[in-house]
Design a protein around this ligand. Sequence first.
Ligand SMILES: *Cc1c(COP(=O)(O)O)cnc(C)c1O
Length: 401
Amino acid sequence: MTERFTGSFTQQEPIPEEGIEAALDVLRSGRLHRYNTAPGEVSQAALLEQDFARMTGAKYCLALASGGAAMTTALRAAGVGPGDPVLTNAFTLAPVPGAIAAVGARPVFVEVTPDLVIDLADLEAKAGQAKVLLLSHMRGHLCDMARLMDICRAAGLIVIEDCAHTMGAAWNGTPSGRWGDFGCYSCQTYKHVNSGEGGLLISDDAEAMARAIVLSGSYMLYDRHIAAPEPEVFERVKYDTPNISSRMDNLRAAILRPQLAALEAQVTRWNARYHEIEAGLMGVPGLTPVPRPEAESFVGSSIQFLLRDWPEASVREVVARCAARGVELKWFGAADPVGFTSRHDSWRYAERQSLPRTDAILAGLLDMRVPLTFSLEDCRLIARIIRAEVSAVWQGQAAAE
Ligand SMILES: *Cc1c(COP(=O)(O)O)cnc(C)c1O
């Protein structure tokens, strides 16, 4: 009998009861807007910012409407404007170049390595071309952050980290988002905490964060923030900073606070699932797993592997055969964007750039989500299916040669 997987790759866990209770309290109060507080009340949004600043060790935190809004706000707060080049990963998802385009700036793409991190040699070569790097920790893979920061400091680059896939991850014990000048996080349903939509921005830079808070649409109510710079810092920036409404509301913040408190435990559960799948994919001829360095503590909310130098038709066959058995693999080599998956050459608003090493990696890159609704047994079954189908296609190729 051929085994089939029948679970859903897009089904997340329910919101914890504590979050539902907190959300109901906000709904009953009617005070959903973050600056609509009763006398003496601190809003859920301000408390969420305080929680996340403490959790990451950042001085300041701002809650926003999305991860994309966190990135555009950070870019603007860092002084990026129309026409400015911004370095970023060639291998990432559309909201990253989209954030650069949103401020009228131009993405300059940096190659990816077979370990799925930014190519530091290519970064060093291109470092002189921009003042800012928007670094995407795509699919949760962290590069050697100490080395990256050395390169960026030497070149005078401001570093904005896109931590959409690394909330809860660290390099050498320092949380992702705390190496660079800014850390941006997404609280969208498919990330590590779920408020439907939402974003968080952290930094230790007082003036930049005062600008970010005014940019987010604080009117002149910035004194209602807790994880924020002193009022005198706002005095210096408030007349020169536009209000670009992108605030988070109290309902989402209330849903998120208990999830942040549970994040560490959730990371353990994610990684147990990841390790089951990873173990099941070891030693498959033709399949290259992506190594996880010793210094990296990651969140296994998705898994990737490479079918390096495979013909396109064979990669497609693996995807189709796995899909027929209920296992959804996303292929980054497809010429046309499918769902969440797209490639640098499909972002046609950006100048076309030659990235041969990235193209070669993406041609054989398969990616799979690992939601927490999967059991460990589900993960073992999924690995058996991928293993069998990759092996079958591999053997078919060998026989045809
Ligand atoms: C999801 C995501 C973001 C932010 O997305 P929003 O949907 O705006 O919250 C940023 N970068 C990457 C790589 C993402 O996957």
